[in-house]
Ligand binder design. Structure first.
Ligand code: NMX
Ligand code: MLT
Length: 440
């Protein structure tokens, strides 16, 4: 058994009594009330999910297992001569709650290396896609097609007790995560490099190998590590994490669950916003004939977008009420490595002009930038100019958090998810009776 799996097994055994006790002794305790506004309004703020892997504070931003992003970057082991830690170490942290030693990271790296080879039919499925397909559709399908590999399914049909569910799920999760960089870079080569793919290098870590397969020199290995780490988890109510959890709750395989989460991520209000930011800025760049806009010209562009009834991509958030720390980490990277990049200059102006405009506009509850406002410019700078591909990169990172959550969901025997719905009629009758009661 790998060091990680052994450690995880011990953590699961320690944790199970806590969940059992809460359920058995305090299952009826009320945590939250639900308003009609929340029922109609996308369940915003309803406390109805549980995860121990990350927590999102509206003002502070994300913590992974209690650590802020700067703490994660400081504490996790890094490859030699790298600024950013191993992605493999992040998986260890998310799964166990502990900061791994260098040796423990190497163990995860070995696990990934053993599992990275893609079945031939995955290439064939990607090859069969019509030209002009969106890379997220290809990514999702390539993951779906591997459902037949599911070790969980084989064990389930052979008969397996509930307490063992997490083990084959762990195997499926590692098998899938190890393959995602191969799938993504093959899609990239197919769509944008005439199918000329670079074979993976088994001596490299996940971030280093991804950069190698993309054919991009340093510091793109650090860019990849940074990107996958900051996108991995954002507690469990966001569309992608929630979809992964929901689908997996029916005991669908990791492959079907992660592919479903990828489909949720592919919407412009969620992960696809990173593509939208670049698309929107390029429209402006064309209008500006490549000149850097003045603050006033940028303000006009933002107002024109709002007045046309559209959202400003990369700004706003359902939970956050301050600048996203994932934005800040990337902004700092840009200030250090690409301060003169023309697109960074656009993004920098946006940072100054958008929040006051959104406040004046008066709709968005959070006028500050989110993760997606900064990620595309870094990719663009290092030569990944095909912005439709950016959400695939988000998806590789998010799969790490979603897989960690699904393994724990199964370890703690969380049941199939099934909230209750009401009709509009029922809501109206409820209001009527409450108003009558008030008058009495
Ligand atoms: N530009 C213009 N209007 C906005 C924006 C924005 N960036 N953000 C929110 N609003 C509007 C929103 O459309 C809604 O309008 P209406 O009352 O007409 O329906 C109103 O403000 C209230 O929305 P909020 O409660 O502030 O936001 P909500 O929680 O519903 O949605 C987002 C959150 C992230 C979907 C929303 O802020 C948005 O559409 N942002 C732009 C797209 C984006 O960047 N998405 C990526 C989020 C991060 N991620 O990676 O997933
Ligand atoms: C995410 O990373 O999932 C986004 O910021 C959206 C969210 O948290 O709601």
């Amino acid at each position: 058994m790998s060091v990680l799996k052994e450690k995880l097994a011990a953590k699961i055994n320690e944790w199970r009594p806590r969940t059992r006790k809460l359920l058995k002794e305090h299952g009826e305790m009320i945590i939250d009330n639900v308003t009609i506004g929340q029922i109609i309004g996308g369940m915003r703020g309803v406390k109805s999910l549980v995860t121990d892997i990350s927590y999102l504070d509206p003002n502070e931003g994300i913590r992974y297992r209690g650590y802020t992003l700067p703490e994660v970057f400081k504490k996790l082991p890094k490859p030699k001569n790298a600024e950013i830690p191993y992605v493999e170490g992040l998986l260890y942290l998310l799964l166990t709650g502990d900061i791994p030693s260098e040796e423990e990271v190497m163990d995860v790296e070995d696990e990934f290396k053993k599992r990275r080879i893609l079945p031939r039919y995955v290439y064939e499925v990607i090859d069969a896609f019509p030209s002009l397909s969106h890379p997220m559709a290809m990514f999702s399908s390539a993951i779906t097609i591997m459902h037949r590999e599911s070790f969980f399914n084989k064990k389930y049909y052979a008969g397996m007790p509930k307490t063992s569910y997490w083990e084959p799920t762990y195997e499926d999760a590692l098998n899938l995560l190890a393959k995602l960089p191969e799938i993504a870079t093959y899609i990239y080569a197919k769509l944008y490099r005439d199918g000329k793919r670079i074979q993976s290098n088994p001596n490299l870590d996940m971030g280093g190998n991804f950069a190698h397969m993309m054919g991009i020199d340093k510091p793109y290995d650090d860019v990849s590590r940074l990107h996958f780490i900051i996108h991995s988890d954002h507690e469990s109510g966001n569309v992608s994490a929630h979809t992964g959890h929901l689908v997996a709750s029916s005991l669908s395989s990791i492959y079907l669950s992660v592919s479903a989460m990828i489909n949720g991520l592919a919407g412009p209000l969620h992960g696809l916003a990173n593509q939208e930011v670049l698309r929107w800025l390029h429209d402006l760049r064309e209008k500006m004939e490549d000149q850097i806009p003045t603050q006033n010209e940028m303000k006009q562009y933002v107002w024109d977008t709002l007045n046309a009834g559209q959202v400003i991509p990369g700004f706003g958030h359902a939970v956050l009420r301050k600048t996203d720390p994932r934005y800040t980490v990337q902004r700092e990277f840009c200030l250090k490595h690409l301060p003169e990049d023309p697109i960074f200059k656009y993004v920098d102006i946006l940072y100054k002009v958008v929040p006051p405009i959104l406040k004046e506009h008066g709709k968005a509850k959070n006028p500050w930038p989110n993760v997606d406002a900064q990620s595309g410019v870094i990719q663009w700078h290092y030569g990944v100019k095909e912005y439709e591909f950016y959400t695939v990169l988000f998806g590789i990172g998010r799969a790490i958090g979603v897989c960690a959550n699904i393994i724990w969901d199964r370890a703690l025997s969380y049941p199939i998810e099934r909230p209750k719905s009401l009709t509009t009629d029922m809501l109206e009758k409820f209001v009527e009776s409450k108003l009558k009661e008030k008058k009495k």
